[in-house]
Design a protein around this ligand. Structure first.
Ligand SMILES: CC(C)(COP(=O)(O)OP(=O)(O)OC[C@H]1O[C@@H](n2cnc3c(N)ncnc32)[C@H](O)[C@@H]1OP(=O)(O)O)[C@@H](O)C(=O)NCCC(=O)NCCS
Length: 260
């Protein structure tokens, strides 16, 4: 297996990406890519659960036109776990029948794409697989995940895919002696979104008003730019719902840590 050489290669000029389940033969590459992409170490047990499909669902991306000839080697992955809605931290944000105990959610554990294959839409396709999977489960109400607050590329990706940022969790991650906040993103399926509370409605209206004002402002400034100095383009990273502080704080070392 040409594991290490592959990591140093640039993407082939014409990559031919296809998607398939992750299987036992992917173990070594999967461990390597997780080690390369994430600032924490996962237990071997986690990887065994992924490749054997034990309580974890996963999808892998491979380049059928790989420059190193390894046409079935993972270059991207997403792993997820099905959790009970009742036991989840987003239960209060769901429209679900509280008397039913079978309502579930899909929690994304890890998502990653080898650096030389980024910005080709691979993560987008992997997330689409998860969305399709969750939508096809009649009892599933949402997909959710945590992302560290400084991970702009991932945050951009989730926002682009219409995930809603529903919470900001203070000091959720603890890495190398430092705390970091996390955003909790959620994507509702099968009518899982709870009706807006009056507060959310007000926030929504304010968000749209702000966006409208920004649009007007940017148009006005574009006109003035023609005669004046250039402005830095504004990038909106605001959340749809107000971000609330959570009392929960975890470290991400150890086998029980669920995060991306
Ligand atoms: C996040 C990650 C999975 C994205 O994978 P990818 O295959 O490159 O994603 P896609 O090509 O589908 O989409 C990337 C989008 O992010 C944008 N993007 C990339 N870097 C960005 C940055 N620094 N800031 C803002 N947006 C960025 C791209 O422009 C693209 O958006 P567009 O389609 O609107 O142009 C990849 O960067 C990665 O593996 N990162 C390391 C591991 C990680 O952070 N995982 C997620 C943990 S929550």
């Amino acid at each position: 297996m040409s594991l290490y050489p592959m990591m140093n290669l640039r993407a082939s000029r014409h990559p031919s990406i296809s998607y398939r389940p992750i299987r036992p033969s992917d173990l070594e590459v999967l461990v390597k890519i997780h080690g390369d992409l994430f600032p924490i170490r996962y237990e071997l047990e986690f990887f065994h659960s992924v490749v054997h499909g034990r309580d974890i669902v996963s999808w892998g991306a491979v380049d059928r036109n790989s420059p190193n000839g390894e046409n079935d080697e993972l270059i991207g992955f997403v792993t997820a776990r099905i959790v009970m809605a009742k036991e989840s931290e987003i239960e209060d944000m769901l429209r679900c029948d509280k008397s039913r105990s079978d309502q579930s959610l899909v929690y994304i554990l890890t998502l990653g794409v080898v650096e030389s294959y980024r910005n080709l839409g691979i993560a987008t396709s992997l997330i689409r697989e998860v969305i399709k999977y969750a939508s096809d489960m009649p009892n599933c109400r949402a997909i959710y995940l945590h992302v560290i607050s400084y991970n702009n590329s991932a945050i951009h990706l989730y926002q682009k895919m219409s995930f809603l940022c529903v919470r900001r969790l203070h000091a959720f991650y603890y890495i190398d002696g430092q705390h970091y906040d996390a955003y909790l993103f959620s994507y509702y399926v099968n009518g899982g979104r709870s009706p807006c509370s009056p507060l959310e409605l007000v926030t929504l209206i304010m968000t749209y008003m702000r966006k409208g004002l920004k649009l007007v402002f940017s148009r006005v400034s574009k006109n003035t730019e023609k005669n004046g100095p250039k402005r830095v383009k504004y990038r909106d990273k605001s959340c749809l719902l107000p971000m609330t502080q959570s009392k929960r704080s975890i470290t991400i070392e150890g086998p029980e840590s669920d995060h991306v």
